[in-house]
Design a protein around this ligand. Structure first.
Ligand code: MLT
Length: 302
């Protein structure tokens, strides 16, 4: 009998895959396997019973990896399982940064009783005029599952897509997509692009990579999208760059007190992977990984 614990409701979704040999426990120190979405596990005592943690999602910065390594606890994640959900929100972010759709919708709500709405609408049309993304340069930093999907989608929308990723070779990149212009460094992307979308994990090298110095090298009015990890961006520097107009729009899945109410900010409460399909895919993959490990000793990210 394997005792498991779920730290988030999303992780419950895939549980019908467990057989009767698996039993749920609310006492985390009894659990041999833990399923988690984004709840932080850093302050939890990791009991000697615990053998495996499966993160239903890509990023593992909520898991105390060093402690797990010390105790021999195997950590799984579910790379790619929610990539489509995130990609679709990034595409929405590109659109929202370019057209004031929310402003336009609010205007209609406020003016719907106006008998002369047809006339006043003429003014609204100029007030809410936007830009097209076709022909604009989009730079993607990080060509993992999500970065590549975003690149291909943006390319089909007519954007000129640049990409870089220090962890993949040019040959591999070429196989991923023929429509991306590969550059060696993110600095080239920062200099060249009208829109910059980051799709990297949080590492020493990527922490606060969007900061005063890197933003100074970007085009005036650049649009920055962050659907990856909050600490990739220095929030104080972003607030300054928004106030000065250096950054035209900041689209993020990580709202914070410093920038959330500023003009030019489009923020969501970490909704990238919050679709029925992505939640299901992640939970199912996480359960399969745990079962394959607990029953067969296999260690692989699907
Ligand atoms: C991820 O790393 O996959 C995301 O944080 C998705 C999520 O769990 O919301």
């Amino acid at each position: 009998m394997v005792k498991y614990n779920c730290l988030n409701p999303i992780a419950d979704i895939g549980l019908n895959l467990f057989t009767e040999q698996y039993v749920k426990t609310d006492a985390i120190d009894e659990a041999e396997a833990v399923l988690v979405r984004s709840a932080a596990m850093h302050d939890l005592e990791l009991s000697d019973n615990l053998c495996a943690i499966a993160r239903a999602g890509a990023g593992v910065n909520n898991i105390p990896l060093d402690k797990c390594a010390e105790k021999g606890i195997v950590v799984f994640n579910t790379p790619g399982a929610n990539a489509n959900g995130v990609k679709e929100l990034v595409v929405a972010g590109l659109m929202l940064a370019s057209r004031d759709l929310v402003g336009g919708m609010n205007w209609v709500k406020e003016n719907k009783e106006d008998a002369n709405i047809a006339k006043t609408m003429e003014k609204a049309k100029s007030k809410f005029a936007g830009k097209e993304i076709q022909g604009k340069k989009l730079g993607i930093v990080g060509l993992g599952a999500i970065g590549v999907l975003v690149a291909n989608a943006a390319n089909r929308l007519g954007m000129e897509v640049y990409g870089c990723d220090p962890f993949i070779s040019v040959e591999h990149a070429w196989n991923l997509s023929r429509d991306i212009k590969y550059v060696k460094t993110r600095e080239e992307i920062f200099r060249e692009c009208d829109y910059i979308s980051v799709h990297v994990p949080l590492l020493d090298d990527t922490r606060q990579m969007i900061n005063k110095d890197t933003m100074a090298t970007m085009k005036d009015g650049v649009v920055i999208l962050n659907f990856a990890r909050d600490l990739l961006v220095n929030d104080d520097d972003m607030a300054e760059a928004l106030a000065s107009g250096k950054v035209g729009k900041y689209v993020t899945d990580f709202p914070n007190a410093k920038t959330a109410n500023m003009e030019g900010v489009i923020a969501f409460p970490h909704l990238g992977a919050s679709t029925a399909e992505s939640e299901d895919n992640c939970a199912v993959m996480a359960v399969k990984e745990i079962v394959d490990f607990m029953d067969n000793g296999n260690i692989k990210n699907s």
